[in-house]
Design a protein around this ligand. Structure first.
Ligand SMILES: [Zn+2]
Length: 315
């Protein structure tokens, strides 16, 4: 057993991987492996209807094709796993019940339209700061509203600044109450929220280092709060810069041109890995490389903090 970090790939299989997903996977792999650690694969298919298993299988095949081999989890056997969040609802329920017992969970009946009212302040990632509308409903009010509509469930947050040192982005701080507000733990249809599932899973899989896209930087304060409430040890975090299309658009799974389906027809795996390593500053030119060959050169200090535009014609 090595004493290195335990990292993870935690992709959501709602479509084929795009370059941004691949880039994060490469950085997670390099960060853990360059320090003698290992990588766990977890399939984040909480919304099972949007994440059919055939996509998860394809995703595993794509990562393996790139040479980003994981040590645990996945459908090909091994000592642990596979880990599909859609199969772990009972595990999340246990943690959810702990939070309920602390009297920190309450039903929210707000509609999407109410939440997105024109006056609502927004968070840095574009969500609405929840103003606590349903926080202090009386039992009679809850009973009356529940006759009309099934509620979602929120966690009460404190008026407190949570700060941490990000391995890529540096210091980050957020006041949960004013920058985010009470956040969802469970949807009205019973599906657990990403924030709860990801904390419970990273803790039980022994993950000590979370590498993911900068779009999740502002989730981290919420997750650190959950780690504290649940008495779990929080991992280190490193949020990598987002890759943008040449015109500045965010990549999405709908971008066919930047999806692995298209790229695999045009390039070899070392060509794709080498171009990504160059974009992230790990090597000085976009020459073909295997992930292993980059281990000695990897250093978070080389990775830029700002979003990266993929130059026209690179892929
Ligand atoms: Zn509400």
């Amino acid at each position: 057993m090595s004493g290195g970090p335990v990292g993870r790939f935690a992709p959501s299989p709602s479509g084929r991987l795009h370059l941004g997903n691949l880039g994060c996977s490469l950085l997670a792999w390099l960060s853990a492996k360059s320090r003698g650690g290992k990588i766990v694969l977890r399939i984040e298919d909480l919304d099972a209807a949007r994440c059919p298993r055939v996509y998860a299988d394809q995703l595993e095949e794509d990562l393996a094709w790139l040479g980003l081999v994981w040590d645990e989890g996945g459908s090909q056997g091994g000592t642990h796993g596979p880990y599909y969040q859609s199969e772990c609802s009972e595990i999340y329920t246990q943690s959810y019940k702990k939070l309920e017992k602390m009297h920190l969970v309450y039903p929210c009946f707000c509609s999407r339209a109410q939440l997105h009212a024109a006056s609502a302040p927004h968070t840095s990632d574009g969500n609405v700061v929840y103003p606590g509308t349903c926080r202090d409903l009386t039992p009679a009010e809850v009973a009356a509203k529940a006759q009309v509509k099934a509620p979602a469930w929120r966690l009460k947050v404190p008026d407190e600044v949570i700060s941490f040192e990000d391995g890529c982005m540096g210091p980050h701080a957020e006041n949960l109450l004013t920058d985010c507000g009470d956040f969802y733990l469970r949807r009205a249809d019973g599906v657990f929220a990403y924030q709860l599932a990801v904390v419970v899973d990273d803790a039980r899989m022994g993950v000590t280092e979370v590498v993911r896209g900068a779009d999740l930087l502002s989730s981290t304060a919420r997750q650190l709060y959950l780690y504290r409430l649940l008495g779990l040890k929080a991992p280190a975090f490193a949020h990598c810069p987002l890759l943008l299309a040449a015109d500045g658009r965010r990549l999405s799974k709908r971008d066919g041109d930047q999806s692995l389906e298209n790229l695999r027809g045009k390039y070899t795996a070392p060509e794709i890995v080498g171009k990504l390593a160059w974009l992230y500053g790990i090597q000085p030119e976009p020459a073909p490389r295997t992930p292993e060959s980059l281990l000695a050169e990897f250093d978070w200090a080389k990775v830029p903090k700002a979003d990266i535009c993929i130059p026209e014609g690179l892929f």
